[in-house]
Design a protein. Structure first.
Length: 317
């Protein structure tokens, strides 16, 4: 056998060996899936290190390469381009939502911040999301126009009350934010969630929201919160009472304002359950006045209808 034939045979064997290695080398892959909206899927495939390395992503209806290597050469990348694209998409969606909210507020007379367990009612609950969104310049201006130019109203219940306080709409009447001396809502004194019917006494009729409620009247509504304890420095407490901004206080069945945890379930200072802005048009309270109906809590003693929503609507008639 000639030398040329031997060399050719060796080359053929090497090629066959290489093909066998390539064919027998496993392809590794991983898949990541985020089922929350917006949906996000990522697929990574690797074969012989970077002979072929593919990273494919799918986000908000758009599939694209995050990275692609062929024979060790980068064809698409780097990751920063993908992250920048994601950040831009999130910013675009946020701005779109802001514009929609701004338009809605401009057409409204009332802003209502509801209660509800967002993110498992983690510290500050959904209030942090409300407050962050409404500090946006466009939304802040829309709210200020509603309150100052169109004589509008704002209401916050439970987490919504937290949002009003964080924004400063109560007790200040405008979006000012908070400082370390501001009134706030914090953890219940028993350090856990409370769910029970509470009794509250209307101690001021300054707010349009309470126009149809009986001054001095006692009303019972569900309380369901982990951070409903109203706290404030003495100077603020005195100011709130002097201005008539304390709207409702926790009390017993006979209407006696009480610091007993049987009635003041979260340990709020001065048994305060709800407060208003200086002009009364913004009201925040903890008990769920909206959780009532003809077949709801029919075995509970006491009046449940504070007529809070009826009052708010009639304000504009």
């Amino acid at each position: 056998m000639s030398i040329v034939a031997i060399v050719a045979l060796v080359v053929v064997l090497l090629i066959v060996a290489l093909i066998m290695i390539i064919l027998l080398t496993p392809i590794t892959y991983s898949i990541e899936w985020n089922g929350r909206t917006p949906y996000r899927v990522e697929l990574s495939v690797k074969w012989l290190w970077r002979v072929l390395s593919l990273h494919l992503a799918y986000f908000q209806g758009k599939p694209f390469f995050k990275q692609l290597y062929v024979l060790g050469m980068q064809k698409i990348g780097p990751v920063k381009e993908y992250d920048d694209w994601i950040a831009q998409r999130v910013d675009d969606e946020y701005q779109k939502a802001v514009d929609e909210f701004e338009n809605a507020i401009n057409k409204s007379q009332i802003i209502m911040f509801p209660g509800g367990f967002s993110a498992g009612d983690e510290p500050d609950g959904s209030a942090k999301f409300f407050a962050t969104a409404f500090r946006n310049a466009k939304m802040k201006e829309a709210v200020e126009r509603l309150l100052n130019e169109r004589d509008g109203l704002a209401l916050g219940i439970c987490n919504g009350f937290q949002a009003l306080i964080k924004l400063g709409l109560v007790p200040n009447g405008s979006i000012t934010g908070q400082n370390d001396q501001s009134p706030t809502l914090t953890f219940n004194t028993i350090n856990r969630h409370i769910s029970k019917m509470v009794y509250t006494k209307v101690v001021s009729n300054k707010s349009p929201w309470l126009a149809k409620a009986e001054l001095g009247g006692v009303y019972t509504n569900p309380a369901s919160h982990g951070e409903g304890r109203f706290v404030a420095p003495k100077e603020w407490l005195d100011k709130l009472f002097e201005n008539g901004q304390v709207a409702t206080q926790y009390c017993d069945l006979a209407g006696n304002v009480s610091m007993d945890e049987e009635w003041n379930v979260n340990g709020s200072y001065m048994a305060i359950e709800g407060i208003t802005s200086p002009d009364g048009r913004c009201l925040g309270k903890m008990a769920h006045s909206e959780r009532r109906g003809d077949s709801v809590a029919i075995n509970i003693y006491g009046e449940q209808d504070l007529k809070i929503f009826e009052s708010g609507v009639e304000y504009f008639k």
